[in-house]
Design a protein around this ligand. Structure first.
Ligand code: TRP
Length: 336
């Protein structure tokens, strides 16, 4: 049996928040230490260009996401940790795959359709307003990320599942045309991974601006927890755990035994203020060692850069020879 290869990336827009931590960063850090697994983790900075963000913001986000990954204990010897833009084979493969990707397939991408929908909702006559070709063909770049390392399993959130399936479709079409060159990937969705609710009761997401950043100073962190929307039940009134944002966040950090105690407190009618304070203290204890390390790395980015360079060298040991093979398969070869 061939060995599974795991690969996942995080787009470098925004500051890492507790939803990213629970959904993507924590599981990847755990997997990075597994000696039986081959893992690739990367910063998707080319993807970040799709929305034409401010250059300094993209750079800052790259720094923060890399620092978060490292501070939380990513094993960069056992896994390959790199920045997308350091691997020239990725944009090269993107173009090659672009000629194998049906336009109709891209029309159906959720990310593109959501952008069109928001233009419709906003009453814009031009349905493609603000939509770049990068946003439109985003799934092709993502396919190149995945296929260049022959990844077989791609751990992603539910919202990215379709993109991985598109990578598979494109690879299939390529193989049909050029022979068996690309490895077909599969999305890996962990049904147990919590999707956290943000400050306003909607899914925690940088696009809703309702996030709780993972590594803000303690005081700010407390203030944000205190801002989480709750209902108007008073202390002493029994409270429902179902669909409660505080409960869900707690659960993403605490053990089942600890949660049994929290459930009793809900039933006994703990006040929201007291619950928030308790939640703050719990998570704060959990993340403060990593926060100290994060601050140290942010203050000395050369440590991070060195890690990324090391990762790029290791990644290119795989991507460069594979690209030679791909070029040869598509008829782009030396003439004599
Ligand atoms: N598009 C993904 C996101 O926004 C990030 C990403 C880019 C990715 N390339 C990838 C994830 C390849 C998995 C595999 O969440």
């Amino acid at each position: 049996m061939t060995q599974e290869i795991y690969l996942t990336g995080i787009t470098t827009t925004g500051t890492p928040h507790i939803g990213n931590y629970v959904g993507a960063i924590r599981p990847s850090v755990v997997a990075s230490k597994d000696a039986n697994k081959r893992n690739y983790y990367f910063l998707a900075d080319f993807h970040a260009l799709a929305k034409n963000e401010d250059p300094d913001k993209i750079n800052q986000s790259t720094l923060e996401i890399a620092a978060a990954w490292l501070a939380l204990g990513m094993d960069t010897n056992n896994s390959v940790f790199y920045r997308q833009s350091d691997i020239p084979e990725i944009p090269e493969l993107t173009w090659i795959l672009t000629s194998m990707a049906a336009k109709g397939l891209m029309n159906r991408a959720h990310s593109y359709k959501a952008a069109v929908q928001s233009n419709i909702d906003g009453g814009n006559k031009d349905l493609d307003k603000g939509i770049t070709m990068a946003l439109y063909s985003y799934p092709i770049l993502m396919a190149a990320d995945i296929l260049i390392f022959k990844a077989t399993k791609v751990p992603v959130g539910r919202d990215q599942k379709q993109h991985v399936e598109m990578a598979r479709d494109i690879a299939q079409r390529f193989n049909h045309h050029y022979g068996d060159v690309l490895v077909l990937p599969e999305p890996l969705i962990d049904e147990h991974t919590a999707v956290l609710v943000g400050l306003d009761g909607r899914k925690m997401s940088k696009s809703y601006k309702n996030t709780i950043p993972l590594f803000v100073p303690e005081k700010k962190f407390r203030k944000l927890i205190m801002k989480i929307k709750t209902n108007s039940l008073e202390p002493g009134e029994a409270k429902d755990i179902e669909g409660n944002a505080l409960y869900d966040i707690y659960k993403a950090f605490a053990t089942p035994e600890e949660m049994a105690a929290i459930e009793r407190q809900y039933a006994e009618g703990i006040g929201w203020g007291a619950m928030k304070q308790q939640l703050f203290e719990y998570i704060n204890d959990h993340i403060s060692p990593a926060r100290a390390e994060y601050n140290r790395l942010i203050a000395d980015p050369s440590i991070i850069e060195e890690e990324l360079q090391k990762g790029a060298v290791r990644a290119r040991e795989v991507s460069a020879p594979y690209m030679d093979q791909i070029r040869s398969a598509i008829g782009i070869r030396k003439l004599g």
